[in-house]
Design a protein around this ligand. Structure first.
Ligand SMILES: [Fe+2]
Length: 359
């Protein structure tokens, strides 16, 4: 079609998309073009801004390699990863779920480890933690024989793929749930960490005055034929950054009850100081078991990278949805967020209150 006006452009593109034989592809692309064109019209995108946007997308690709996935990091920083997760789990968004975003650091082929074994594969500072995790179906029955991948960062703030100092596959392991649907392992208590900010995601966070911390968590990926693959993270209940996660991953169901033990014998005789325990139950839904595509495939070489920590800008002016200027009182926002009724809607599911998930 010959284009006469700016309004014609949208119709011209939609007419061509309509030729696609795959109906789902047609639906997604038509909607994308409608929203994209509406967005360009709404903000009256300038030519310079358009060129900057194109360069930004190119930079996301250029920043990605076998040990780093900037696109997944960006999806998390924009809240898209969590939105997709919550729309596709918990009875398609109707009920609370123990599912969470995958993140950019999962690697396939973690070392198979017997229940009770350790995933600390090279000297790693931190306090010991002993984890019991139960896999149950929606009726509360144990799911035996599930493959469960576990991974987390070191207390120095690095996943092993980012950190040449750590052994290959340090703080990663693959377990199989027993007849009670349980896996058990030993590691170090996870610590919060800064996400890398030397690429486009860092530019985005700086422009918004955001911090780049993620609250401490353990990652889980549960695979069992007959069930939808369950991807999760369990956050520590004592982390100061729970409400300002740079990847928007924290939901109430995923705040675990990490218990500190100052007295009493640890489950392993070599532990002499304080140690932690975590008991947590995942509820997995019936569905198709499918391994996700690994966002990374390798391990970094050379020097351990230095990751900058961005400080969250307090206060400031923000434009409201009506286009006027109003003062945003960050303290007031946080106070509201701490009210129980300002959190996620109350659910009768697996974790009624913060940090109360127990088997
Ligand atoms: Fe993580």
């Amino acid at each position: 079609m010959i284009i006469r006006t700016q309004e014609d452009v949208t119709q011209a593109v939609l007419s061509e998309i309509a030729r696609a034989p795959d109906p789902r592809f047609r639906e997604i692309m038509s909607s994308l073009v409608r929203h994209l064109h509406a967005f360009v019209r709404e903000v009256k995108l300038t030519e310079a801004e358009f060129q900057a946007a194109a360069n930004y997308i190119v930079a996301i690709g250029q920043k990605s390699n076998e040990t780093h996935n900037e696109a997944v990091l960006m999806a998390g920083a924009l809240g898209v990863s969590t939105l997709v997760c919550l729309l596709n789990n918990g009875n398609t968004g109707a009920t609370e779920t123990t599912a969470n975003l995958l993140g950019p650091f999962w690697r396939a082929d973690s070392p198979r480890t017997p229940n009770g074994g350790s995933i600390v594969r090279s000297p790693t500072p931190g306090e010991p933690i002993f984890v019991n995790a139960w896999i149950k179906d929606l009726e509360g029955r144990p799911v035996a024989g599930a493959e469960v991948d576990v991974w987390h960062s070191s207390t120095e703030g690095y996943y092993e793929n980012q950190d040449p100092v750590q052994a290959d596959m340090n703080l990663r392991g693959k377990f199989t749930s027993d007849a009670d649907g349980r896996i058990a392992f030993r590691s170090i208590k996870p610590a919060g960490y800064p996400i890398p900010v030397d690429g486009p995601v860092g530019d985005l966070l700086r422009a918004q005055g955001r911090a780049n911390m993620r609250p401490a968590h353990l990652h889980f990926l549960i695979y069992k034929p007959g069930f939808k693959t369950h991807i999760s993270q369990v956050y520590t209940d004592d982390d100061p950054d729970l409400e300002t996660d740079s990847q928007f991953g924290v939901t109430r169901a995923l705040i675990g009850h990490y218990v500190r033990h100052d007295n009493g014998p640890a489950p392993a005789p070599d532990v002499t100081g304080p140690w932690y325990s975590l008991d947590y139950t995942f509820r997995i839904e019936p569905g198709i078991a499918k391994w996700p595509r690994p966002p990374i495939t390798g391990k970094a070489r050379g020097e351990r990278p230095a990751i900058e920590r961005l400080k969250r800008r307090e206060g400031g002016d923000a434009k409201d949805l009506q286009g006027g200027q109003r003062r945003i009182d960050d303290d007031a926002v946080r106070r509201r967020a701490r009210r129980p009724d300002a959190r996620l809607p109350a659910q009768s599911g697996v974790a009624g209150q913060r940090g109360q998930n127990r088997p």
